[in-house]
Design a protein around this ligand. Structure first.
Ligand code: SF4
Ligand code: SF4
Length: 152
């Protein structure tokens, strides 16, 4: 009988491959589902500093913290950023917990990341996701009134 056995000592793909060598499925699986990058942000015209608000993008399901129409999202939200390895260093507003940013910085994934924990709810239990902390666009008046000091 022949057959391939996986090596239990082999490093997982996020530790053995550079971001640019990942397959599409690997790349997509890096997103921890925190929803932090899906909050509206305001940029200070004078300093260039980006401030997060507690107001979610119109497509964000604030219960699951997932995009409600990910495949077609740019039809509804044209400025939704399509992350690529080349873009990561330019997106200075990406949260410090974001898996893409962590790996680009040479760090590894945290215990609550679904790929590490095996549990998609761990990101919520750990208080990393935006669940329970955000409001929908329809409830927001001026974005300036909703600036928050988290996630950073
Ligand atoms: S901040 Fe990063 S890990 Fe969190 S939802 Fe956005 S892309 Fe995914
Ligand atoms: S369109 Fe979807 S992925 Fe893009 S910011 Fe909105 S909720 Fe997030």
């Amino acid at each position: 009988m022949t057959g391939k056995r996986s090596n239990p000592d082999a490093l997982p793909f996020w530790r053995s491959k550079p971001l640019s060598a990942m397959t599409r499925a690997e790349w997509e699986s890096l997103c921890d589902g925190c929803g932090r990058c899906c909050l509206h942000k305001l940029e200070d015209e004078d300093t260039g500093q980006v401030h997060y608000t507690e107001v979610a993008c119109l497509l964000l399901d604030i219960g699951s913290c997932a995009c409600s129409d990910y495949p077609n999202r740019r039809k509804h939200v044209p400025d939704c950023v399509q992350l690529t390895p080349e873009m990561i260093p330019k997106l200075t507003w990406l949260p410090s917990t974001c898996a893409y940013r962590l790996l680009w910085e040479g760090k590894t994934l945290a215990w609550w990341h679904p790929l590490v924990s095996g549990d998609p709810d761990a990101v919520h239990r750990a208080g990393i996701s935006v669940r329970g902390r955000v409001i929908t666009e329809s409830r927001a008046d001026f974005l300036d009134y909703h600036i928050v000091t988290w996630p950073e």
